[in-house]
Design a protein around this ligand. Structure first.
Ligand code: BG6
Ligand code: MG
Length: 221
């Protein structure tokens, strides 16, 4: 099938906000008396704010009421928003603007499928909003990744069939969402962290667009 859209994850793919999420959650865990390892953080990638908090409390062996959980999530988000509000176009990851321009030149449509409710703010701070035609963020879906909803809504907004979409993701949860949605999933990161991806690149800067299009267009899954 001819590929006519790319749907990007935001955190860890277009911008390096994954480390800010980690700093925020780590600070919260430490305030509760325990710590989060980088490996545990890997499991939080692509996971919604409240689901992340549930996992973290579980790791710390803690239970909290719904009201307390909302306060904890708001605290983490305040710290996180403090960090991201300093972002500028210089914080867009290497190779991203070049890739987006190349896609535009080839008339391949560009969408965003992010679990983050802060996605529109980050796109605005970094100027990425100038490139992205359809934005689906965490406030627009009811089911988080690995459910495909976020990408299916994006494909629909771009007037595109799921099978004509490539998804670019740094989280195994997001790769699984793309697969379940019938899209071609490209992993950004280490193959061992992204076992379900159809192909991998260490970063967006190293993504080989011709190779991805060739693989995606001949994919039979
Ligand atoms: C995802 C991140 O993009 O968004 C997760 O990978 C994060 O780490 C999730 O928890 C929700 O983000 P936010 O900004 O709505 O708290
Ligand atoms: Mg991500």
């Amino acid at each position: 099938m001819q590929i006519n859209a790319f749907l990007f994850d935001l955190d860890g793919v277009l911008v390096d906000t994954a480390r800010f999420h980690y700093l925020g959650w780590r600070r919260l865990a430490q305030s509760l008396g325990f710590d989060i390892t980088p490996q545990q953080n890997e499991e939080l990638k692509g996971v919604s704010r409240m689901d992340s908090l549930d996992r973290i409390l579980d790791w710390g062996g803690l239970t909290r009421s719904e009201e307390e959980k909302h306060l904890l999530a708001a605290q983490k988000n305040d710290w996180y928003v403090d960090m991201i509000s300093q972002m500028t176009p210089a914080d867009v990851l290497p190779g991203v603007i070049e890739l987006l321009q190349e896609l535009q030149m080839r008339q391949i449509r560009i969408g965003l499928g992010s679990a983050s409710k802060n996605a529109p703010f980050i796109l605005q701070c970094t100027g990425l909003d100038n490139f992205i035609e359809a934005v689906v963020d965490g406030s627009m879906v009811t089911r988080g990744k690995p459910d495909p909803e976020v990408f299916l809504v994006g494909a629909r907004m771009l007037n595109t069939m799921p099978a004509a979409c490539v998804v670019v993701e740094d989280a195994e949860m997001g790769i699984q969402a793309a697969r379940r949605g019938g899209m071609f999933p490209v992993g950004i990161g280490q193959p061992e962290d992204l076992p379900s991806a159809a192909c991998h690149f260490p970063s967006v800067a190293s993504l080989d667009l011709d190779l991805v299009l060739l693989l995606a267009q001949t994919d039979e899954n």
